[in-house]
Design a protein around this ligand. Structure first.
Ligand code: NAI
Length: 253
């Protein structure tokens, strides 16, 4: 039986100040990993660091907008200087658009959603790759979406960004597989977080968002998404590469 191998590893989790990212950072902390908690929201990030440390783990916060190269550089430098490298990168930070149909998306909405959901993960990936290549190992896990797997009547920018991150995941996987670096993604179905207020209330009825998503039976918890991310980052998934893993109670089946 392979162990997770995560104890002592340097792990960057973006969007770790709330929701799926928070649950993921806590889960890595519980595995003994050293966690860089990156988020725009300073209070959220500091709270997660405190919670990890209170549980006996090791973590540091880096706050700022990850769509800016300077913030990406600060995240990477912090992981390298404080924790000795970047063993795992979790590109999880993301924003929902206003669910505009393609004909109604403003330039500003399009550019912001693509910048945060797709360009920021690319910038982070590019920044950490030299460190992973030097170490001869690394794992990248991206938070894609069920919107990576099919189109929807609205949410053109979000859907495009999430299809994009699936493509980035696969490209990195096939390019670096001989260098000891793996890249995978989870594709969450509707999950109880602040991003989707209807879901945060534990709604299981035909709310607008659930009607859009289709009948998922029940929504996921952030901990269920975190468990899949930690698995894909761990040595237990050592031969899994380039996968977009639905975590959606069978919605994509
Ligand atoms: P959330 O809103 O609770 O967490 C997102 C976090 O990302 C927040 O803490 C926010 O401050 C941070 N963030 C946003 N933009 C940022 C930026 N430019 N720089 C740094 N940090 C930034 O939402 P949730 O649900 O935890 O979302 C996490 C990921 O899961 C996102 O990529 C989202 O698209 C994806 N997802 C969520 C689903 C859901 O039903 N909640 C379904 C499918 C995918």
């Amino acid at each position: 039986m392979t162990t997770t191998g995560l104890a002592g590893r340097s792990v960057v989790v973006t969007g770790a100040g709330s929701g799926i990212g928070r649950a993921t950072a806590l889960a890595f902390g519980a595995q003994g990993a050293r966690v860089v908690v990156a988020d725009l929201n300073a209070d959220g990030a500091e709270t997660v660091v405190k919670d990890i440390v209170a549980a006996g783990g090791t973590a540091l916060a880096v706050t700022g907008d990850l769509s800016e190269q300077a913030v990406v550089d600060r995240v990477t430098t912090t992981a390298v200087e404080r924790f000795g490298g970047v063993d795992v990168l979790v590109n999880n930070a993301g924003i929902m658009d206003r669910m505009s149909a393609a004909g109604d998306v403003s330039d500003a909405e399009w550019e912001r959603v693509i910048r945060v959901n797709l360009t920021a993960p690319f910038l982070l990936t590019r920044a950490v790759l030299p460190h992973m290549l030097k170490a001869g190992k690394g794992a990248i896990v991206n938070t894609a979406s069920e919107a990576s797997l099919r189109g929807s009547a609205a949410g053109a920018a979000y859907t495009a960004s999430k299809h994009g991150i699936a493509g980035l995941t696969k490209s990195v996987a096939v390019t670096y597989r001989d260098k000891g670096i793996r890249a995978n993604a989870i594709a969450p179905g509707g999950t109880q977080t602040g991003m989707v207020p209807d879901l945060d209330q534990g709604a299981t009825g035909p709310t607008a968002i659930l009607a859009y998503m289709g009948n998922v039976g029940r929504v996921a918890t952030a901990d269920e998404q975190a468990a899949a991310i930690v698995f894909l980052a761990s040595d237990a998934a050592s031969n899994i590469n380039g996968v977009i893993l639905p975590v959606d109670n069978g919605w994509a089946a």
